[in-house]
Write a new protein. Sequence first.
Length: 289
Amino acid sequence: MISDTLDHRLLRQFVAVARAGGLRAGASALNMSQPPLSRTIRELEAGLGLAVFKRSKRGTTLTDAGRVLLEEAEAILASLDRAEARVRRLGMHSKPLRIGFVSAALDAHLPDLLARIAQKGWPAPKLIESPTASQAEALARAELDLGLLHPPVEVARGISLASLGEDGFLIALKEGHPLTVHETIRSSDLAGHPLVLFPESQGPVLHAEIRAVLAPDSDLKIEAEAARSHTQLALVAAGTGIGLIGASVARTISYKGVVMRHWADRPRTVALQNAIVGAEALLIDLGYA
């Protein structure tokens, strides 16, 4: 049978010769001597009943049959390599994944990621809340397998990033605040009011964008900082200041004593960019790439 003739050993050796342009170069690429490789090619041609190479004093070239076989062989071997890689990764996933996440991912992307892992039948992961910069460093040191974070971020070689879109902001106000009479809030309405924000170290680029919009000619009046949205809402409810809350968080939670308002003229630059970062093969397995 043809399928018996085209085992993966023969195919790999044929492809090596075809890519190298001859038996001598093919043998060198395979780190083997030329006589056994010549026997392999003759065995392959005998099984097919066709010549796959034209041999002359000027060298070795593929026949029409050889060109067809090369195309199919490369597809077959690529499929086998993918299958082997997936099986090996399955063995790797017998241990819990180590996942870093920023607080904003708690209400949106982390639940989705956990659902994907559960569907794979992998062990429950180890979760580590951590800012973007710390996650990038931990991924580079192979101390994390995946990170849910906010770009822009520099990732180490061998690490891939898949965008999860962006998240706008709503204005969080204490009940009874004068601005609650408006259904929508403009940037100019916020001028001079104390704010409750995330720490600058947690997102320096976004922090700078907010400052440029709300206080271009003066210092931004920040009354309190909190890394997590839930804490920011608690501070807003206590009357500490006005909060800027990610839209996905605002859609999934409510906080007693806090009302949300649409930010009418929010620039596109003032948005949380979201991404998942990790080895490309892992992102592919989980459906992110």
